[in-house]
Ligand binder design. Structure first.
Ligand code: CNA
Length: 236
């Protein structure tokens, strides 16, 4: 067990976690940038093109083919990292999870205060009438999913070129700026504006738990280049 990390967890009262796709790789969901992640596979278009607003509007069939194949993991279960964060929140020592993930696994593990910067695959809305649809509807249809009103159903995920939800960003900013400890984990910190939010943390317990190095490694007070599920499983 990492003793420094463990003692900071014991002593802190307002921990905030900031995470990304690496939090869910141990649940079987590939990330974007690791060797076996989505960016190292071959498609007709690069993932960041397919996952852009322009592409969604111009080629929705292609978008949904990729999306259903590569972005939806309905059977994935939370791992030890998700579980530990939910435990700390229940114990009253963690004030929020700020995540770039869209898989809903933090809530599945029991976390309540989750700021989903990039939305969630579990929510989908008709672009014409606003009717809500769950993940099941996307899973059990083919082609471009249509609402009963005839409108196209769009996942409530933030595509490239789209802006983040103001309320979610404000909540995340408040939690980060009031935190007495921040753990950044499983993110390459490459996607903006999300990655810029970590600059709001001003304390001296900034911990980075990530397999590869990140632009924040030099600023962090503690850097752990190991699997986050394994690291968190051993923490109090
Ligand atoms: P990324 O750019 O793919 O980076 C992931 C980082 O996690 C890399 O630096 C890896 O080294 C690291 N990593 C991978 N596995 C582990 C592990 N077990 N323990 C510790 N570190 C690990 O992903 P980011 O989240 O930084 O990029 C932001 C994108 C990815 C967001 O917009 C997400 O919506 C999007 N995404 C989300 C999911 C998901 O919801 N599970 C999956 C794939 C991509």
């Amino acid at each position: 067990m990492n003793e420094t990390l463990a003692s900071w967890i014991r002593e802190s009262k307002r921990i905030v976690f900031f995470g990304g796709a690496g939090v869910s790789t141990e649940s079987g969901i590939p990330d974007f940038r690791s060797v076996d992640g989505l960016y190292n596979q071959q498609y007709d278009y690069p993932p960041e093109t397919i996952l852009s607003h322009t592409f969604f509007m111009r080629k929705p069939e292609e978008f949904f083919r990729f999306y259903r194949n590569k972005m939806l993991f309905p059977d994935a279960e939370p791992n030890a990292a998700h579980a530990k964060l939910a435990q700390w929140e229940a114990e009253g020592k963690l004030t929020g999870v700020v995540t770039q993930n869209i898989d809903g696994l933090h809530q599945k593990a029991g976390s309540k205060k989750v700021f989903e910067l990039h939305g969630s695959v579990l929510r989908n809305y008709c672009m014409r009438c606003g009717k809500f649809y769950g993940l099941d509807h996307i899973m059990h249809t083919t082609g471009v999913p249509k609402c009963e009103c005839g409108g196209t159903i769009k996942p409530d995920v933030v595509l490239y070129e789209e802006s983040l939800d103001n309320d979610v960003v404000n909540g995340a900013c408040a939690a980060i700026s009031e935190a007495d400890m921040m753990i950044i984990g499983g993110t390459s910190l490459n996607v903006y504006p999300a990655a810029g939010l970590v600059d709001l943390y001003r304390g001296n317990r900034l911990v980075l738990v990530n397999l590869s190095s990140t632009p924040q490694d030099r600023r962090a007070n503690l850097v752990v280049h190991e699997r986050i599920g394994q690291v968190f499983a051993e923490l109090p």
